[in-house]
Design a protein around this ligand. Structure first.
Ligand code: ADP
Ligand code: ZN
Length: 626
């Protein structure tokens, strides 16, 4: 992480918690329980979560866990990782101990688990009821116990575990154990002795992102056998990808916000840009927009985050520090005001949209200057990392510049073999043309070279276009062989070409904002490399950036609106975000099916026994009234 710190639980290496030690605890040996019958598993899936079946690889993961086999599950955001330990937690005897890196994440999970009637607790420095939690744990009254890695790795916690029955260790955000991962947390490395102290307890490691290095590392570090690896596909079909040049960031972002009435995140590269965009977007759109970055006081950050999590329509403008700690399933858009660090970063950040499975959009606005700055920064990092960082940037430029399906490029990057067209990205929906611009590229690069590699695009355009203003005359650039060599057809392509050459590194920036040759420029000049370019859209047509045409919430449906209003009231009363009560998809199904009895309501997706009991009558009444 560069400029932003993370709201991790503070590490405490000092005084141990006296309340965690129980010197009189007997050592108890629990022998493994036989796995539950398949019918009981689907019954619990329905009764507790209100789900009619598993999604994707969930059943494979749950099956392994219930058979006591350690597993590493790599599942994209929104694939439903939490179910894979929460369901076993309910079914297995003993408590499932969940290691999670952030207090905010734990509390989100806690809230959702409790809303489904699961007996869950957290044991963190932020909890004042630790004594009670430990009593409940020892008494076998907890299905789930969430704990941070720094606490979990202490010997006192091991002593505590010796006094109760543990059914499963779940290690969330398991990539934190690996130095290859982007969020390495040394405390995760200290978990191994704890896990090894309970060899009969299966381990379930979970993460959304892990390349091959990181995967191998997680398996080794957490002592999970290679055959325990389960990888779900990376595809997020409900996310619509769109990537376009940044012409006017505010106007373009305003359009995204206006086309997507639900909550969303705008990622901006710097703190200053975050604050500035938050302010101008708020006044341009009239929506509630708040900033989030590590430079804000902790209480402001916490307040803004809490407001966002509860909101059904707010926009958060943030640096990338914002995201890992939020678990908001109903984000309708994620917009990047500048380029992300890499394709991995892009995938992770955009992946925060649409965890609930509803249509969502990911829009990236990129500028040539983003790439130039990123390439300049390459020179500042340690030499042995430059090569791989350059490759990351080249891959990102490839994604940005492609005329092919974005999803296909993305999934191929992660080693998958996707169909050529997805039908749900900008390039599939509005195919763009590709032209060979090798000749034009040679003209531009040659002009850069002949003018001494120190002028900006404005001046080069004049020289190439044959416009002899004072500066051109003064420098004698009207005498160059490249003066006035552009054809009329080529003129409108020059800006986009310069942008493309900068993205791929053939043009680089000088200290004073001029352009210089870089990367494969010489090969292009010598005729050894070709340049193709996506044709820029004619006069930015009104390109839609809404989440999708089907499946989104109905507009002006009085029953759906009434159900949302009821959900808001209930959420307020319970002090939880609305999605904890029910997801939009559940409300849509209710509005459609109009259940008239509790039994009918219980068949709607997302309505488990506990929620039926708590909210059933209120929703039935609302349905009857409209
Ligand atoms: P992840 O942690 O993998 O991003 P979550 O565990 O938060 O995903 O689950 C994402 C969403 O999918 C949740 O809102 C959850 O209610 C929903 N979900 C999970 N499993 C199922 C299922 N089998 N059927 C329907 N919805 C599911
Ligand atoms: Zn596509």
């Amino acid at each position: 992480m560069n400029d932003d710190d993370w709201p991790y639980e503070t590490t405490f290496y000092g005084e141990p918690d006296a309340d965690m030690v129980d010197p009189y605890a007997p050592d108890v040996d629990w022998s493994p329980a036989p796995p539950p019958a398949a019918a009981d598993v689907s019954q619990a899936l329905h009764d507790v979560f209100g789900f009619s079946g598993f999604r994707g690889v969930q059943d494979k993961v749950v099956d392994r866990v219930l058979h006591g086999r350690s597993t590493l599950a790599i599942m994209p955001t929104g694939a439903g990782k939490s179910l894979t330990y929460q369901l076993p937690a309910v079914l297995l005897p003993g408590t499932c101990v969940v290691v999670s890196p952030l207090i905010a994440l734990m509390h989100d999970q806690l809230r959702s688990a409790r809303a489904n009637g699961i007996r869950a607790a957290t044991l963190t420095s932020a909890d004042t009821d630790r004594g009670q939690t430990m009593d409940a744990f020892r008494a076998g009254e907890l299905d789930l116990l969430y704990i941070a890695p720094e606490r979990a790795s202490q010997s006192h916690f091991r002593d505590l575990l010796n006094t109760a029955r543990v059914g499963l260790f779940a290690i969330d955000e398991a990539h934190c154990v690996s130095e290859w991962g982007h969020d390495f947390r040394p405390d995760y490395r200290l978990l191994r002795p704890l896990l090894d102290a309970f060899p009969q307890v299966p381990r379930l490691a979970l993460t959304a992102t892990a390349d091959h290095h990181t995967r191998a590392d997680i398996l080794a570090q957490l002592g999970i056998p290679d055959e325990g690896l389960i990888v779900a596909g990376f595809d997020r079909p409900n996310i619509r990808y769109a990537i376009r040049p940044r012409e006017n960031a505010l106007r373009q972002l305003k359009a995204v916000v206006e086309e997507n009435p639900g909550p969303g995140i705008v990622y901006a590269p710097t703190r200053a840009r975050v604050e500035q965009l938050a302010e101008s977007l708020a006044s341009a759109t009239g929506r509630r927009v708040l900033p989030y970055h590590a430079g804000l006081p902790a209480d402001v950050r916490a307040r803004n985050q809490a407001a966002f999590v509860e909101s059904e329509d707010m926009v958060m403008v943030a640096t990338v520090a914002f995201g890992m700690g939020i678990d908001k399933p109903d984000l309708r858009f994620v917009a990047h005001a500048g380029i992300p660090k890499s394709i991995e970063g892009y995938y992770q950040e955009t992946g925060r949209a649409g965890r609930d499975g509803d249509p969502s959009v990911a829009v990236m606005l990129w500028g040539a200057d983003d790439f130039m700055r990123a390439r300049q920064r390459l020179a500042e990092i340690e030499p042995h990392r430059q090569q791989s960082e350059r490759q990351r940037l080249d891959s990102l430029a490839g994604l940005v510049e492609t005329a092919q399906c974005r999803r296909a490029v993305l999934l191929r990057h992660f080693g998958e073999d996707p169909p050529a067209q997805c039908g749900n990205c900008d390039n599939c929906l509005e195919p763009v043309g590709v032209v060979d611009v090798t000749d034009l590229a040679r003209k531009l690069l040659s002009a850069v070279y002949r003018t001494g590699q120190s002028y900006g695009l404005g001046h080069l355009e004049k020289v190439l276009g044959g416009l002899a203003d004072d500066r051109v005359l003064q420098r004698g650039h009207d005498q160059l062989s490249v003066f006035g060599i552009l054809t009329e057809d080529e003129k409108p392509l020059l800006k986009a070409l310069a942008r493309a050459l900068q993205a791929r590194g053939s043009l680089t920036a000088t200290e004073h904002g001029g352009l210089a040759l870089g990367g494969d420029a010489r090969a292009i000049l010598k005729g050894e490399a070709a340049v193709a370019m996506v044709v820029p859209p004619r006069q930015e047509r009104k390109r839609r950036t809404r989440g999708g045409d089907a499946g989104a919430n109905p507009i002006d449906d009085p029953l759906f609106e009434a159900l949302r209003a009821l959900r808001r009231d209930l959420a307020k009363e319970a002090g939880v975000p609305p999605y904890v009560i029910f997801h939009d998809s559940t409300l849509r199904e209710m509005a459609q099916a109009r259940p008239a009895s509790l039994a009918e309501l219980g068949r709607i997706g997302g309505v488990g026994a506990r929620k039926l009991d708590a909210y059933g009558d209120a929703f039935l009444e609302a349905i009857r009234a409209v």
